[in-house]
Design a protein around this ligand. Structure first.
Ligand code: ADP
Length: 594
């Protein structure tokens, strides 16, 4: 049917056109009014039919102009057919004028509301009403003569009767042809509805299915609707039933067994059925061969190739969506394991670190006697390494808390200058002999509301990075300042810098920029992620400017708690001499030995 219909339509259109042409020639020779109307009717019908097919062939690219011309031609053909009948059995004047008004009116209405020519466009209620009015008026123009000619033929002599009935037959043929055209139009419309349904199904699967069972359930619901099946089962690669509707567990497994070898979809007859009432579609999943099986019910007693071809594409979408959901589930499980590990590791490291911090502190204070020169040097190294570990454990702890939504911030009134000074002291042991650390800040307090431990973590992270990523040494400058509503702390270094294309991913969790210049620097990729998250939780943010080879500037901004007086020229604070200041993982300032 699908292949034959366009051929029939093409033949009919060309026949009409040929008939129209021969009638025009006849009319040119004889100049009879009735032949003129017939020529006009057949010619316009032929053209209507040809243009009507041209549009779908060109995928409706010809636009609305062709559609509008087709409408006008169609209505002209209807009116011309009515006039043709008028030359045999005259119409009353009112009827002729009434018909003309109706023809012109409905055509104009259809043109004004812009009846869509493409079935891809859903008509509005107004457009549908205009289309129906148009078809009704045209049908009335053509069926009225059939009835009239038939009625007039009764009681006439045989020859006249035959002529009138032949004419009526001709009109009927035209109506039949219109029905064929309407049928093909409806068919396109129904097809479109099916395609819309399929698109909705895929959309639903891909976008709104959080996990495999939900996805399979939705896929099954849509599968039933798409082919009007009575039962459906979706079976996983390991034989588990993912979704089942209107089918027993056992029947689903038995049918799914037919898909074990993969291959194309199969149409099967279940036991007791004389016709093919089941479809088995293999689902080639990553983990092995799954299957979707459907059985027909009373309203669709058996399936055909149409249903199979509809489901083939759908099954491919289900396969992809199920695999994608598995990957997503695996990723989520991995993320969870990572968070659990972070949590566990940081908690486990906390207490030994506390002990080390305490003993280091006591060693430095001379509690165990005066250290030798090499002992002091060893202590310096130990201090630097412990600071690194302290920072790392603090990062891990807060990152784990952030993941679990357990991160609670204190809200104290704080002077950012004090925190920046503390952070300088925290990272000082990390600086080598070639690093110059300096701090610039205004003479008045820069007050913010926040969690002192977390803000200390942020600034320490930025300072630690500035030192780490300046392997040749250089200046590390920390500038505290206050503008109208925002306080800021900028950490500026003259280190290796960051390439422009790497900037957008700096703040991703576990993201590290890997290149020859950073390969020797250890890290986890948590520092900047955590710092930005903490800054945002305080209502602030972190910005970065950097140029490879020239250095970087990371700026933490926080909302200012109270307006401050005009800032005066920054003063360079002379950093205090190195003093052991350890950051415990939960951001307390000092720790005591156990
Ligand atoms: P890491 O533990 O790797 O230092 P961070 O989240 O602190 O993790 O930083 C992410 C990446 O950003 C680092 O791997 C590094 O490549 C880059 N980076 C951070 N700060 C600087 C800086 N001051 N100079 C150059 N690169 C930096």
């Amino acid at each position: 049917m699908t292949g034959a219909l366009p051929i029939v339509q093409a033949v009919v259109s060309l026949s009409f056109l040929a008939l129209g042409l021969s009638t025009v020639i006849d009319w040119l020779r004889r100049r009879e009014r009735s032949i003129g109307y017939l020529a006009l009717a057949l010619g316009t019908l032929g053209l209507t039919s040809i243009l009507g097919q041209l549009n779908p062939l060109t995928h409706y690219r010809l636009g609305t102009l062709i559609g509008d011309i087709t409408l006008v031609l169609l209505m002209t053909s209807g009116y011309a057919l009515l006039l043709f009948r008028d030359s045999f059995i005259p119409l009353s004047r009112q009827l002729r004028i009434g018909a003309l008004i109706l023809c012109v009116g409905t055509t104009a209405a259809a043109l004004v509301v812009m009846v869509p020519v493409s079935p891809n466009v859903r008509p509005t209620t107004l457009q549908s009403a205009a289309t129906i009015a148009l078809v009704l008026v045209w049908t009335a123009c053509v069926t009225e003569p059939i009835v009239r000619l038939w009625a007039a033929s009764r009681g006439r002599p045989a020859v006249q009767r035959a002529r009138l009935r032949a004419l009526g037959g001709g009109y009927s043929a035209i109506v039949v042809i219109l029905l064929v055209a309407v049928f093909s139009w409806l068919r396109r419309l129904w097809r479109q509805a099916e395609e819309d349904q399929l698109r909705d199904a895929v959309h639903d699967l891909v976008l709104f299915s959080p996990d495999r069972p939900t996805l399979a359930k939705r896929a099954a619901d849509w599968g039933l609707r798409l082919v009007g099946a009575d039962g459906i089962g979706i079976v996983d690669a390991n034989g588990d039933i993912l979704a089942l509707r209107g089918l027993s567990d056992e029947s689903a497994r038995q049918l799914a067994a037919h898909a074990a070898g993969g291959g194309p979809p199969q149409l099967l007859a279940t036991s007791g059925s004389a016709r093919e009432n089941a479809i088995v579609l293999p689902l080639p999943l990553d983990a092995g061969m799954g299957a979707m099986v459907l059985v027909s019910g009373p309203y669709t007693p058996f399936f055909g190739t149409d249903e199979v071809s509809r489901l083939r594409g759908y099954a491919a979408n289900i396969t992809a969506a199920l695999d994608r959901a598995r990957v997503t589930e695996r990723l989520a499980a991995l993320e969870k394991t990572k968070s659990q590990f972070l949590n566990l590791a940081s908690h486990e490291l906390r207490s030994p670190l506390g002990v080390i911090n305490g003993y280091l502190s006591m060693l430095e204070q001379g509690v165990f006697g005066q250290l030798t020169e090499s002992g002091v040097r060893a202590l310096e190294v130990l201090k630097a390494k412990t600071v690194e570990m302290n920072l790392l454990v603090a990062q891990m702890l807060d990152a784990a808390r952030l993941e679990d939504g357990r991160l609670a911030l204190k809200r104290d009134r704080l002077d950012l200058r004090d925190i920046a000074q503390d952070a300088m002291e925290v990272v000082r042991p990390l600086a080598g002999a070639d690093h110059q650390l300096s701090l610039e800040m205004p003479p008045r307090a820069v007050t913010v509301f926040g969690d002192v431990g977390r803000i200390l973590t942020i600034i320490s992270n930025l300072l630690e990075n500035a030192i780490k990523y300046s392997p040749q040494g250089g200046t590390v400058l920390c500038v505290v300042s206050a503008a109208e509503h925002a306080a800021s702390v900028s950490v500026v270094d003259t280190g290796i810098g960051i390439a422009r294309e790497d900037l957008p991913r700096l703040f991703n969790r576990f993201e590290r920029i890997q290149n020859v210049r950073t390969s020797h620097v250890a890290g986890t990729g948590l520092g900047l992620y955590l710092s930005r998250e903490l800054a945002r939780q305080h209502g602030g943010d972190i910005q970065v400017e950097s140029r490879p080879g020239a250095g970087s500037r990371f700026t933490l901004t926080l909302p200012l708690a109270a307006p401050i007086a005009e800032t005066e020229a920054p003063v360079v604070a002379e950093p205090e001499p190195p003093r052991l200041h350890v950051l415990t993982p939960d951001a307390e300032s000092e720790s005591q030995p156990a």
